[in-house]
Design a protein. Sequence first.
Length: 277
Amino acid sequence: MKTILVPTDFSKPSKVAVVYAARLAKEINAEITLLAVVNVNITTDAILDWKKREQDMVETVRQNAEQLIREIKEEIKGELKIEYRSIIGFPFEEMVEHTVINDGSDIIVMGTKGATGLKKVLIGSNAAAVVDNSSVPVLIIPPNTEFRNINKIVYATDMVSITEEIKPIAVFASIFNAAIKVLHVLPGDSSKKIDGKALAADLIKITNYKKISFHVSRNDNIADEVDTFLADQKADMLSMFTHKLDFYEKLFGKSITRQLAFHTCVPLLTFNKTTLQ
């Protein structure tokens, strides 16, 4: 993992993500590209001067990016490879994916809007659309999150494609020598028996990564159970796979196609299931 793409609108939540990405990059000797997507809204009265508007916005982005880079370098001591670029167009998620493909980015790091608990954190339409559309992992950083060593990753799974999904998670975890805590939540009244030790052994064999354990919980409220497990394990990150956000909707209830929820202080590492095909 050598290239980190950080879409930013220079807001406070996005700056939190930039700082996290910078500390992550320094930890693994990676490079960062800040990306600002410029989209000029054209009205009938403004058609004639849209080019000037576009130029003004690009110049504003340049100034903001240079200022942000100065601030990040002051905060993150030592050498840091960081650059910025702007791209003009829409929709947002397609501009981000275009940059991922052109630059060969390994991961996207983005900030969120909102706070306060597993069921109340809003990612926002842009980040959710990026998760939907991305061919690389997307790391969502909650507000007020500070980077800490990644020692434990909780992988919440519905077990549908677990033998394939575990592979990229193991690759990511191996960068930090982090333990993977696989969590499957059954309904509260389920009598289903799952041999966690045997499953863990299978996953270790598949990935050739030894730091994997399997955990089964029972709770009708999956979100609460994931939240509790994250806290009990003192996890540093939550990881999930998604396909059109179907798993998130099942996990957190309601028809919230543009909302994802997770533990307030734990980054969420998402993989798109379509990348397994």
